[in-house]
Design a protein. Structure first.
Length: 217
């Protein structure tokens, strides 16, 4: 049975929530998760498994890949996003190379899995190094799933292996979307706040690509 969903470079676990509710075991992998010194480095939270891993190199899961139903990845965009283009020359080749390496890890894992996948990044120069994105979206497109997502953040998606892009489901009784992401104040959690997946989009993706599978007793 294809009963596992995997999320790379994921701290919030937002995208995993609808998959867990539908009966899937979900693995979220990121270097910010706690280091578990037993249980093969896995923090076991029931149907949610947290893995601390350095994704500048390939990570392989400890189960057969034919169980993987879906994969999503959010490789860090700090040194790729065009919003920071004026600082590109000051970042240095190492930082640029590390960002591209992490994106490559995501792309290679997604293709290897054979499962429908998405790789998410803001508007960036990755298109110059790989290929143009397949879709773009903004959180307010899916306020029909979550009214609180009435904000703007243009985001690019690279998809494959049969991924189905959800249709817009936007409420028409809301004010114009705000720009809270752009105005997010500096702080240690700024990156995680800005990169957290909007729940409306998470639910829309599951509705288009998942199914209720239930759980064994």
């Amino acid at each position: 049975m294809k009963d596992i969903a995997i999320f790379l470079f994921d701290v919030s676990g937002n995208m995993a929530k609808p998959w867990i509710d539908a009966g899937y075991e979900c693995w979220i992998v990121d270097q910010q998760h706690p280091v578990a010194y037993d249980n093969f480095g896995i923090t076991d939270c029931g149907f949610l498994k947290k893995v601390n891993a350095d994704l500048t190199r390939i990570w392989l899961p400890p189960f057969e890949k034919n169980r993987i139903a879906f994969v999503a990845a959010w490789p860090p965009c700090d040194h790729l996003a065009v919003s920071g283009a004026r600082w590109f020359k000051g970042k240095g080749l190492r930082r640029l190379a590390t960002s591209i390496e992490m994106f490559a890890t995501a792309a290679e894992f997604c293709e290897w899995s054979g499962a429908p996948y998405l790789i998410e990044n803001p508007v960036s120069n990755i298109a110059s190094h790989w290929r143009k994105c397949d879709y773009t979206f903004s959180p307010e497109y899916f306020t029909g799933y979550c009214r609180e997502d009435n904000y703007t953040k243009k985001t690019c998606l690279w998809v494959g292996n049969g991924f189905v892009m959800p249709d817009k489901f936007q409420l028409d009784d809301l004010p114009p979307p705000d720009d809270r992401i752009h105005k997010c104040p500096p702080g240690p959690n700024r990156h995680n706040i800005r990169s957290a997946t909007p729940m409306g989009f998470a639910n829309a993706v599951f509705e288009s690509n998942g199914q209720l599978i239930g759980r064994a007793a």
